[in-house]
Design a protein around this ligand. Structure first.
Ligand SMILES: [Zn+2]
Length: 300
């Protein structure tokens, strides 16, 4: 049974959102957001302790808003969500308390305001109604999706779920960094495989990417079983067809001594905690064999 004060806080936040929407302005002055206590103070996460301390049994309070300036992690913001990194200000106890308050927003299904800059360094702010959908302590980030309602929570039992490797093709102009669904895809791929390049073991998060096995422009699904964590080098090699993964042996393959030259140090995917879906690997392999055939017409 949900407590009445949690319900009241949800209604209060949705009312604030509604009045902000009703103003009709796509962007707002920070002073207005301050006045309405939508965002307040100089930190990335605003908890509004006076109002939320103890709410729903959360001693750290419940985050009201998250500021994403875009000065770092710009790629993690999309039109429909954001991967929001845990604060790293090294103020003792406070970072952890803000993380707990944001986890509380997820547990209590309370929306948060995600405040962004319409352009880097802009004087105005854009506000999204966000829902904390998941967190990953190993990577140190939250998945927050935007919309009027929370949508479905991260599913259980994905291994048994039907796998549809290919959907409608995505037009090239849609394949921008702000592509719909990208934060969710990245979050789920890192959750599934861990923050480590499958080809070389690199663990520097800033250099790691969520790669599609069947490429998005060929309609490859955003199901994490169609993904892998690769560093930017090996992602590029994989997308260019320089690096292949055999669908049965799960071994990395490449022409001549290329595996050595591009510093692939892992022999296969077999050490990964979870594997990609065999169908994704099989289809990708077929696509690459077909491409290779077309590039060598003399072999016909
Ligand atoms: Zn790598």
């Amino acid at each position: 049974m949900e407590s009445l004060d949690v319900v009241a806080e949800r209604v209060r936040r949705l009312d604030l959102w509604e009045s902000l929407q009703a103003s009709g302005a796509p962007v707002h002055l920070p002073s207005l957001l301050n006045e309405q206590r939508i965002f307040y103070g100089g930190r990335g996460i605003w908890v509004h302790q006076d109002r939320t301390k103890g709410l729903g049994g959360s001693p750290s309070g419940v985050s009201v808003s998250l500021l994403h300036t875009g000065s770092s992690y710009a790629d993690d913001l999309s039109e429909d969500g954001v991967i929001y990194h845990y604060p790293k200000t090294k103020v003792p106890g406070r970072d952890q308390s803000e993380v707990e308050a944001t986890k509380a927003a997820m547990r209590l299904r309370l929306p948060v305001f995600v405040v962004t800059y319409p352009t880097p360094g802009a004087a105005t702010r854009k506000v999204h109604l966000g829902w904390v959908q998941g967190y990953d302590d190993a990577e140190g980030w939250f998945l927050v999706t935007f919309g009027d309602a929370p949508g479905e929570i991260a599913e259980q039992g994905i291994e048994e779920a039907a796998f549809t490797p290919v959907g409608p093709k995505v037009r090239r102009q849609q394949l921008t960094k702000a592509r719909i669904g990208q934060p969710r895809f990245k979050f789920r791929v890192f959750q599934r495989y861990g923050g480590r390049c499958a080809a070389c073991g690199l663990i520097v998060q800033e250099m790691l990417e969520a790669a599609h096995i069947i490429p998005a422009e060929h309609g490859g699904t955003d199901d994490p079983r169609n993904g892998l964590v690769l560093c930017c080098n090996h992602h590029s090699a994989f997308d260019r067809g320089l690096l292949l993964i055999h669908p049965e042996t799960l071994r990395f393959e490449a022409r001549d001594h290329l595996l050595e030259h591009i510093q692939v140090t892992q022999s296969s995917l077999s050490s990964l905690p979870n594997k990609p879906h065999p169908e994704a690997l099989r289809l990708r392999w077929q696509m690459q064999m077909e491409e290779a055939r077309l590039q060598r017409p003399e072999a016909l």
